[in-house]
Design a protein around this ligand. Structure first.
Ligand code: NAD
Length: 510
């Protein structure tokens, strides 16, 4: 977590914006006396100071949301759908405003930020179909004169705790289905880039969402623990790193909550000898270095099978000098800075450790980072990486691509299946039969066949296997409707004096 600053923060450049909470339909200044610094990663200067909530502030926010829920749960599906169409229009109209906030605090280039908003919008569009999505089933005459039907009802107040790398889209994965299902939502965004959550709140209010249905509480472990322990929070969705995901799942379930916790990743892209090398090289560069490698679906390990390795490494090497690293607001930048100085330095340490442990540095991002105080690192390529090296074992979450050379398909898939993570994986080949076998054999939640970042469309659900997901439920799509509601089955009979009698036996169908 980021180092804490005293509140109110005095910015080094004198232009530090206070970033408050959003509770009950308005901005609410924090009262804990604690705040965290927010940086512009492209310049390295502090741009904001985000309020960090206390246990008491979380309690007040939960109570406020619980009050709002009493009304929100009664709002008809027709009105909710109509509201979501308005939300869709407003977010679409303000997509560039949202994207600019992402670039300013996360660092990703503006075109990538626009892509993030576009993918999030798909989830809002999915939520517009809530009347169809939440439909139950009806069995007429299940027994003589008796009908049985199922309904799904909202849980109440639910919370979302989100990571720094998708400050708009990942919250959309959560709040859109949760609110459409009739819940009130508390978002605890990353304290590294919290401003997009406030614009989200303002747009939702403008669209007509009643006060208290969507709330933002900023904070660190204090706020997260308060949400996990609060009896008024029915469910928690989390996306972030694996150690915290595990903690969230264990603590939340211990306190009786429904929890879905999506964790970290180490995504492999396997390239078979028959693959199109140029296409695979384009894909590896795009998926390895896009958003400076700060995507949970970024390709981190390239598994080159057999004699494809040399031409593939060469094709990637040719492309690297052309990747333009710079301030994400500049239209010609293709890759921005990393989110914080500490994270940049940690990522850079894997280039050094890779080299010390025997990998070959084909491209060294420490030498090609733009000058200045921004948290920049150029693109790095490590060849001859082995499974014992730190660069292979850890989730680096930066623009460092490791090439592991494998002798066979079996060895390559063995690497993926033995890896503790199981988020995404990709196979590049021209052989349909091998691809089909691969999708059957591979132990990962999201599989790409000649697609390097297989993030599914909004009407499928998103989630990994193994240490990339704790809990049973994937994010967005049909599983989210299930996650944010609970089932009720009604067995009903209307009074009919002709069939009424006393019967102490166990009810049987007739
Ligand atoms: P993180 O785990 O550090 O933080 C995520 C959230 O947890 C933040 O809101 C943060 O405030 C909170 N948090 C951090 N430390 C905490 C603690 N000790 N106790 C309680 N709460 C705590 O993750 P990050 O660095 O913000 O994001 C990057 C990570 O997220 C990567 O590991 C990436 O793979 C993962 N991620 C996964 C997916 C996915 O779909 N599986 C998607 C995006 C990001």
């Amino acid at each position: 977590m980021t180092e804490l600053a005293e509140a109110p923060a005095e910015g080094r450049d004198g232009a530090v914006t206070r970033i408050p909470h959003w509770i009950g339909g308005k901005r609410v200044d924090g009262t804990s006396g604690r705040s965290g610094p927010v940086y512009n990663p492209a310049t390295g200067t502090q741009s904001g100071a985000v309020d960090l909530a206390s246990v008491e502030e979380i309690d007040a926010a939960v109570r406020n949301a619980a009050e709002a829920w009493e009304t929100w749960r009664t709002v008809s599906l027709a009105k909710r759908a109509e509201l979501f169409f308005r939300i869709r229009e407003l977010f679409h109209a303000h997509r560039e405003d949202l994207a600019k906030l992402l670039t300013a605090e996360h660092g990703k280039v503006l075109s990538d930020a626009m892509g993030e908003v576009a993918r999030g919008l798909e989830v809002i569009e999915y939520a517009c179909g809530i009347p169809t999505l939440i439909k139950g089933e009806f069995s007429e005459q299940a027994s003589t004169g008796i009908d049985v039907y199922s309904i799904r009802q909202p849980l109440g107040v639910v919370a979302g705790i989100t990571p720094f790398n998708f400050p708009a889209m990942v919250p959309m994965w959560m709040w859109a289905p949760a609110v459409a299902c009739g819940n009130c939502f508390l978002l605890k965004p990353s304290e590294k880039d919290p401003s997009a959550s406030l614009l989200t709140a303002e747009l939702l209010k403008e669209a007509g969402l009643p006060d208290g249905v969507f709330n933002v509480v900023h904070g660190d472990k204090v706020a997260v623990d308060a949400l996990l322990e609060h009896p008024g929070v029915a469910a928690v969705s989390f996306v972030g790193s694996t150690p915290i995901a595990r903690y969230i799942y264990e603590t939340g379930t211990k306190h009786g909550k429904r929890v879905q916790a999506l964790g970290g990743a180490k995504n492999h892209m396997i390239v078979l000898p028959d693959a199109d090398v140029e296409m695979a090289a384009d894909a590896a560069v795009s998926a390895g270095y896009g958003s400076a490698g700060e995507r949970c679906m970024a390709v981190s390990v390239l598994v080159a099978v057999g004699d494809v390795a040399d031409p593939l490494v060469e094709a990637i090497k040719q492309r690297l000098p052309k990747v333009k690293v710079g301030d994400g607001m500049q239209p010609d930048s293709e890759m921005g800075p990393l989110v914080t100085r500490e994270h940049r330095d940690k990522v850079a340490s894997y280039i050094a450790s890779g080299s010390d442990q025997g990998a070959k540095i084909v491209a060294d991002g420490r030498e090609t980072a733009p000058d200045g105080d921004g948290f920049f690192l150029g693109v790095s390529l490590l060849d001859n990486v082995t499974t014992e090296m730190d660069a292979y074992r850890d989730e680096i979450f930066g623009p460092v691509l490791s090439v592991v050379r494998a002798a066979s398909y079996d060895e390559a898939i063995g690497l993926v299946n033995d890896n503790p993570y199981g988020n995404g994986v990709a196979l590049f080949t021209r052989d349909g039969g091998v691809a089909r076998q691969f999708q059957f054999d591979v132990a990962a939640g999201m599989v790409g066949i000649n697609v390097p970042i297989p993030v599914p469309v909004a009407y499928y659900s998103f989630g990994g296997w193994k240490a990339s997901l704790f809990g049973d439920s994937h994010a967005y799509g049909p599983e989210s409707i299930h996650f944010y509601t609970r089932g009720k089955v009604v067995t009903s009979r209307w009074p009919d004096p002709a069939t009424s009698k006393v019967d102490l036996g166990f009810p049987q169908t007739r």
